[in-house]
Design a protein around this ligand. Structure first.
Ligand code: GLP
Length: 638
């Protein structure tokens, strides 16, 4: 904190337009380091990280190797960590990951790439950890350490509680960390419980440290690590003790930094746009615990908004302006209200009915994001098509697939048919028993898992009044041929969405995923949809509105949404029931007593009740829940 109580950034943060731009900058710096070391005849030692975050960095380094002759022949690498207890060659082991994502594509010398040795029995681990530390020292220490950050604030696998002087050691993984890794391992139960990681002290000995973070899921932990005093409870904050550390983030991972979220508190002069102004006044009202219309000049002055008051005040004028703007975001007519004066409504009255396309990254994401709105759009007579962009089959556990396979066999036997169906069921059951030697799903298993999600989605949509004939399954190739953290959306994906837009010519498109982790499914589908929208003209019979609905792990602030659709208690309950139909996405393990529920229906319920609570606190109407949307204007950055 500065003397006036405004948080300062204690670690320099570079904000880039996107992950690719951030990685291009860092890759250039690494290339310079590698070349200058080589020119001086000195070794170069890089500390490397895993996870989806550094993948675009590795892709860029590979490009520099191929296209600009960057050689790694004189570079030694040490990775931060490795899971303990995985069989050798397991595709989720960090050794395999690094080999596939980076090492095998460039010219490292044999033996140049080190990862913690987890191969021996458990009582040999301690010795192996000491040897790892020794090897780093003997290599001359790490010149540049690349880091990602986990949602617990961990670096490497240094979970909260790790001491600043901790060294390479065996650690137990946090519950949140294991649940974040669940999808990689096709279920949380398959995630190892232990790992070997460099310690915080080991990391702090690197001469230079760069931490990368993308997407709004990391925004809060980034802001805390940078703006709060260093503490063991948030290991990344311990990096503040280092003299040459920086964070390289994208816009979404920067949103919780005070200078971005509350620029009026950062001391710098603010370029007031209508959007920033609305957010500032709503923030002030919530902070002062007063409805917008009761804010006084002194509240503006005390809240750091004196400058705004001078430019656009007095408080009375600002209050009315923002109150009306926020009031006008509320509508029960998300497809426009026919016959109404639409000058201050979020959506135009005409055309009515309109063609509406709802795009869902995985099946059911659109129900957790906007299930109540879908129900309304259908009830108000619009032609609603809901398209699942991917099958979502990677997110179905083996247990669910085994159950479905068992049903197929039983049905076939009941019908007295021991033909293809029963054979398929048995084959899937057999493939599932091979999990210990085959870690990726075979095409048959993936197909069965996709069918499970398809049928769950249809069941959930029935609840919202969407007929099965209005549901599309796009199965974008980047997902169907890909693996978590390794998706590479391309032209074929964009073409498929362009074709759908051309066929349906929607007047309203609902999308999600802007600002989420670019390596996630929703982040990947967003990049595809954004490109497809750019390539697709508006329909011939009217303009096109594009609305962003909340991603599963994201919520809009009251002053941020451009349209909110109220849900009555009954509608809210129906939406929760619809989400509950999606059995394969419920928590797979019972939660410990007292733990916060992470169930999808509950997360969506809490998110939208909180938004309604915000509107209530601002002095607007009191609703059970609000589904929020942000308008995607053509000039909005993708
Ligand atoms: C794991 C790794 C960390 C990584 C984190 C975040 O826990 N051990 O080094 O930073 O995941 O992963 P992601 O980059 O996929 O968000």
């Amino acid at each position: 904190m500065s003397p006036d109580g405004i948080p300062q950034e204690r670690i320099p943060v570079e904000v880039h337009a996107d992950a690719a731009a951030g990685c291009a900058t860092l890759a250039r710096a690494i290339a310079e380091l590698v070349r200058s070391r080589q020119a001086a005849g000195k070794p170069c030692v890089l500390g490397l990280a895993t996870g989806s975050t550094p993948v675009p960095l590795y892709r860029e380094l590979i490009r520099l190797h191929r296209e600009e002759g960057l050689s790694f022949a004189h570079v030694t690498t040490f990775n931060l960590d490795e899971y303990h207890g995985l069989p050798e060659g397991h595709p989720q082991s960090y050794r395999v990951f690094m080999h596939e994502q980076f090492f095998r594509h460039v010219d490292f010398q044999p033996g140049a790439n080190h990862l913690p040795d987890v191969s021996g029995p458990r009582d040999a681990i301690h010795g192996a950890c000491l040897a790892y530390e020794r090897a780093i020292r003997e290599a001359g220490g790490i010149d540049l350490q690349v880091l990602g950050i986990g949602r617990t604030g961990h670096i490497g696998f240094n979970e909260p509680g790790s001491a600043p002087d901790s060294r390479t050691r065996l650690v137990t993984l946090d519950r949140l960390t294991r649940s974040d890794a669940a999808r990689d391992f096709l279920g949380e139960t398959n995630v190892p419980r232990h790992a070997v990681t460099m310690g915080v002290g080991t990391i702090l000995e690197a001469r230079r440290i760069v931490l990368l973070a993308w997407g709004h899921r990391k925004a809060s932990v980034v802001a805390r690590a940078v703006e709060e005093p260093p503490t063991d409870a948030l290991p990344a904050s311990l990096l503040q003790r280092h003299g040459d550390v920086r964070f390289v983030v994208d816009g979404a991972a920067a949103v919780e930094l005070t200078r971005v979220r509350r620029p009026w508190l950062s001391g710098a002069s603010v370029a007031w746009t209508p959007r920033t102004l609305r957010r500032a006044v709503c923030w002030l009202a919530l902070r002062a615990r007063r409805p917008v219309l009761k804010l006084l000049d002194e509240h503006y002055a005390e809240g750091g908004l004196a400058d705004l008051l001078t430019q656009a005040g007095p408080a009375y004028d600002l209050n009315i302006r923002v109150f009306n703007e926020v009031q006008h975001t509320i509508t029960g007519w998300p497809g426009g209200k026919p016959g109404a004066d639409d000058r201050v409504r979020p959506e135009r009255a005409l055309p009515h009915p309109r063609r509406v396309l709802v795009l869902s990254p995985e099946p059911a994401d659109c129900i957790t994001g906007m299930g109540g709105t879908i129900e309304r759009l259908v009830a108000q007579g619009h032609a609603v098509t809901v398209a699942a962009l991917t099958s979502g089959n990677l997110a179905v556990s083996d247990e669910e697939a085994a159950l479905a396979a068992g049903l197929v066999i039983d049905i076939a036997e009941t019908l007295g048919e021991d033909g293809a169906e029963a054979w398929l069921g048995r084959r899937i059951q057999h493939l599932l028993t091979l999990r210990h030697e085959r870690y990726d799903d075979s095409p048959e298993v993936r197909r069965m898992k996709g069918m499970i999600r398809r049928n769950e989605f249809r069941a959930a949509l029935r609840q919202a009044g969407v007929a099965p004939s209005c549901v599309r399954f796009l199965q974008l190739p980047f997902y169907e041929n890909g693996r978590y953290r390794q998706f590479r959306p391309g032209d074929a994906d964009v073409d498929a969405v362009v074709a759908l837009l051309a066929e349906l010519a929607p007047h309203s498109v609902f999308v999600t995923g802007r600002g989420v982790d670019p390596a996630s499914v929703a982040g990947s589908t967003w990049s595809v949809v954004a490109r497809a929208l750019e390539r697709s003209p508006a329909p011939p019979d009217g303009p096109r509105s594009v609305w962003l609905y909340a991603a599963s792990d994201h919520a809009w602030e009251p002053g941020e949404a451009d349209m909110v659709v109220p849900l009555s208690p009954g509608e809210l309950a129906r939406r929760s029931e619809a989400i509950y139909q999606v059995r394969s996405q419920r928590s797979q393990t019972p939660l410990p007593a007292g733990a916060e529920s992470a169930e999808p229906w509950k997360a969506a319920h809490d998110r939208d009740c909180a938004l309604a609570g915000g509107y209530d606190a601002l002095g607007l109407a009191e609703y059970a829940a609000l589904e929020g949307f942000v308008r995607l204007a053509p000039d909005d950055p993708a």
